[in-house]
Design a protein around this ligand. Structure first.
Ligand code: SAH
Ligand code: SF4
Ligand code: F3S
Length: 451
């Protein structure tokens, strides 16, 4: 206890997806309650926590690299406690401490409430591992401490875990079974954010379309209902969500999006592959035709909706024809944006156990390059189509290059840079697009702010 009295300083570093970003905010909240204080200065920290990702081999490699650095810091400061939390903690368990002796505690994503106790014990030299997964934990009652810089946009976790078991994916193993969070606690968190001046929330989960709150039959809440409740909090609060799953994305969600101006017109709909044969082997639960049917529904119900995706190349058994099908799917959909990856075999997944990782590295690289080149063209085309149009932009910050410029996003999630005039962070500004670079749109505000 003595240690806490002089306020123990924690430094936290976060890798991986939005879920981890949101979890780090929960972790800081839990630790604040126990008297810990966050620091941005790693050298003066008493505790270093690294919130980790296991999605691909290289995500784990990065963390091992950081652990090397932390070990050097610990050499100079033997009282330093090092904790590995998150998905890699869950996957590797005590092996992490065996491999890297500098690590003191290993805590999985459902055991964060135990952190104060484990850290206290670590202070007396006891190493500890807690990787128990839960069927109920959603941290619903914990108010995350926001770690974002500008206090405009926040992630709000609406569910945890995943029940899908895509054959390549480690997430169900490290995050456990899917569970939805009580809508009352979600709405309260968002109302609080709005009162604090936040202008945008992103509802996050591995498959938001399967959000399903059902304490008893009368109270059932689906994702489209939750989305509608959130949208009604304030028309000045933008609402985004991620990730949608093609097999579960319903027209109902699309109609709700079209009904509310403040629900952003952007859907991230990971395709993974354009080949039905590969999709079957991935156990994604949809075919190419089904996926295209969902894209058509988006385009019909929300004509100005941007669509982004995740593509994975080099899955076991992927032929040149399968690859060509991915390329032509991308062309057919005309994605505004994409995250693109090489398949990385993850231990103990269905694919690791049953499908040989048989695509040569050089072929994976070649296919990925082709996919990235194509997406660069599609992204450029998508930006060019915006020239001359006017969008409402929510200002998030100053442009990196000059304080005379601001940047923000359109409803479609495209970044726009424009002259500041008398506008400021958090404003909604109508901006006409006059030019674009490879990464951003460049615009002019169509009117000055009336103060
Ligand atoms: N729940 C989301 C995806 C979460 S993981 C969904 O189902 O769409 C984010 C992305 O990482 C996935 O969409 C996939 O493209 C990629 N990914 C997941 N496992 C991978 C693996 N083993 N190798 C390479 N990429 C992977
Ligand atoms: Fe992984 Fe599939 Fe779940 Fe996404 S839906 S997290 S890819 S198992
Ligand atoms: Fe990575 Fe875990 Fe997210 S494995 S992608 S941080 S759920």
């Amino acid at each position: 206890m003595e240690k806490q009295d002089i306020s123990t300083k924690i430094y936290i570093e976060t890798y991986g997806c939005q879920m981890n970003v949101a979890d780090s905010e929960i972790v800081v909240s839990i630790l604040n309650e126990s008297g810990y204080e966050k620091t941005d200065d790693i050298q003066s920290a008493d505790v270093i926590l690294v919130n980790t990702c296991s999605i691909r081999e290289n995500a784990e490699q990065r963390v091992w690299g950081r652990l090397d650095v932390f070990r050097q810091i610990k050499k100079k400061n033997p009282r330093l406690t090092i904790g590995v939390i998150g998905c890699m903690a869950e996957r590797l368990k005590e092996k992490l401490i065996e491999e890297e002796k500098a690590v003191d505690i290993v805590v999985g994503p459902d055991a964060y409430r135990e952190l104060p106790r484990l850290l206290e014990n670590a202070g007396t030299g006891q190493k500890a591992v807690n990787v128990i997964l839960s069927r109920e934990e959603t941290y619903a009652d914990i108010s995350p401490v926001r770690l974002d810089k500008n206090h405009i946009s926040a992630f709000v976790s609406i569910m945890r875990g995943c029940n899908n078991m895509c054959s390549y994916c480690i997430v169900p193993y490290v995050r456990g079974a899917e569970r939805s969070r009580d809508p009352k606690s979600i709405l309260k968190e968002i109302e609080d954010l709005q009162k604090q001046g936040y202008k945008e929330v992103t509802l996050i989960g591995q498959n938001v379309d399967s959000y399903n709150w059902k304490p008893d039959k009368s109270d059932k809440v689906s994702f489209s209902q939750l989305l509608e409740m959130v949208a009604q909090i304030s028309d000045k609060l933008r609402v985004r969500f991620s990730t949608s799953h093609p097999k579960d994305m319903s027209d109902e969600v699309l109609y709700t999006m079209s009904k509310y101006k403040n629900i952003c017109k952007h859907i991230h709909l990971p395709a993974q592959s354009g080949s039905t044969r590969v999709l079957e082997r991935m156990k994604r639960g949809y075919s190419r035709e089904w996926y295209l049917n969902r894209i058509n529904a988006i385009k019909q119900i929300i004509p100005d909706c941007a669509v982004s995706t995740d593509i994975m190349t080099g899955f076991p058994g992927e032929t040149e024809q399968d690859h060509a099908d991915t390329i032509n799917l991308m062309k057919e959909v005309n994605y505004d944006f994409a995250y693109m990856f090489k398949y990385s075999e993850r231990p103990n997944t269905y694919a690791a156990r049953h499908l040989k990782d048989d695509i040569q590295e050089s072929i994976k690289t070649q296919r990925l390059t082709e996919i990235i080149d194509l997406q660069n063209e599609l992204s450029e085309k998508s930006k060019k189509e915006d020239l001359g149009k006017t969008f409402e932009v929510l200002v998030e910050g100053f442009s990196k290059k000059s304080k005379d410029y601001l940047f923000g996003r359109t409803s479609q999630n495209k970044v726009v840079v424009f002259p500041r005039l008398n506008h400021t962070i958090g404003d909604y500004v109508d901006v006409e697009i006059i030019d674009c670079t490879s990464a951003t749109l460049i615009g002019e505000p169509t009117s000055k702010k009336i103060n």
